[in-house]
Design a protein. Structure first.
Length: 109
């Protein structure tokens, strides 16, 4: 078996790192979605109703709203990050995406 060149080694290490990052972020995303679902359940049943074993319409609606709000929050985080680094055009784009989501889906942040 031939030795890897330095460039091939770097490419392989970068690919492994990128794959690990995707897996890690996927797990983080799954955890966040589970947190939002639990929050939706808690908010739907906060007035003494007993929790159902299945997801009802109210929970799904609340869950969808929470996901949309989380997306809008991430746009705000991106906007601040871009502004911090002097990237006004990108910050404006992040703000525009947030506004579009808000208007198109009718959910206020």
């Amino acid at each position: 078996m031939n030795e890897l060149t330095p460039d091939e080694h770097r490419i392989l290490v970068d690919a492994i790192h990128d794959s690990a990052t995707v897996v890690h972020k996927g797990r983080m995303l799954n955890e966040r979605i589970e947190q939002l679902l639990e929050q939706a359940r808690a908010e739907c049943f906060q007035f003494g109703s007993k929790p159902a074993t299945t997801v009802g319409y109210d929970e799904l609606e609340k869950f969808a709203q929470l996901i949309v709000k989380e997306c809008m929050r991430m746009c705000e985080v991106a906007q601040v990050g871009y502004l911090t680094h002097g990237l006004e055009k990108e910050a404006s784009g992040a703000y525009s995406v947030k506004q579009y989501i808000e208007e198109y889906l009718g959910v206020e942040s």
